[in-house]
Each structure stands twice: as C-alpha cells, then as structure tokens.
Write a protein that binds this ligand. Structure first.
Ligand code: SF4
Ligand code: SF4
Length: 99
C-alpha cells in the first residue's frame, strides 16, 4: 500500500503572503453559528501585530478589523479555532465558553 505523504504546515507572516483564494463572502445571516460554540477565541490585543490573518481565515467572517485591530462577533463565531491556529503570534486563546 502506498504511504501517504505528510503535509507540511505553511506559515504565513502576514496576509500579503497568502495566495489568492476564495474566502467566505459573509456570515450566514440566517444561521447564527455562535450558538454552536463551546469554546471561544479571546484575543490578547497587546500581542497582536495587526497582520489580519485571523480575519482572512475565519470561515464565518466573524472577525472584523476595527481601528486596525481584529474584533470578534460572537453571534457568528462557532468556536472552530482556525483563527487561533493561524495567528502567527499565538495571541488568540481558545477558552471554555462562559454561559
Ligand atoms: S473560532 Fe475564530 S476562525 Fe473560528 S469562527 Fe470563531 S472567530 Fe472565526
Ligand atoms: S490576532 Fe493574530 S492573526 Fe489576528 S491580526 Fe492579531 S496577530 Fe494577526
């Protein structure tokens, strides 16, 4: 049986390194995916380098850039953790959802 090749993680330093690719065009307004979440991303803005990668990768367009910093709309954030995984400074922590 043929061995599967191990995929390498690609590190982007800023959104300028990200190749042109489709991104979500908008949140699913009829489906507030925030209700799915059991962990939530919290951004430590003192460590944020304003690269915009979290904004670029969020599949629900739940991150906006305001005053050059990312802001999460928790009505639509489903807690997938992609933003935390891709953040180059690891300043997004996934924490247990508070009810
Ligand atoms: S965890 Fe991050 S990437 Fe996932 S939906 Fe929420 S803000 Fe978007
Ligand atoms: S939170 Fe992380 S990924 Fe988002 S803009 Fe700041 S440094 Fe970049």
């Amino acid at each position: 049986m043929k061995q599967k090749k191990k995929a390498e993680k690609i590190i982007f330093e800023s959104e300028k390194d990200v190749p042109l690719m489709p991104i979500s065009l908008g949140p699913m307004l009829w489906n507030r995916t925030g209700a799915w979440r059991n962990i939530r991303p919290e951004i430590n803005l003192t460590e944020c380098i304003q690269c915009g990668i979290c904004w670029k990768f969020c599949p629900d367009v739940a991150i906006a850039i305001e005053n050059e910093f990312p802001v999460i709309d928790y009505d639509y954030c489903k807690g997938c953790g992609i933003c935390a995984e891709e953040c180059p400074t690891k300043c997004i922590a996934m924490v247990e959802e508070r009810k």
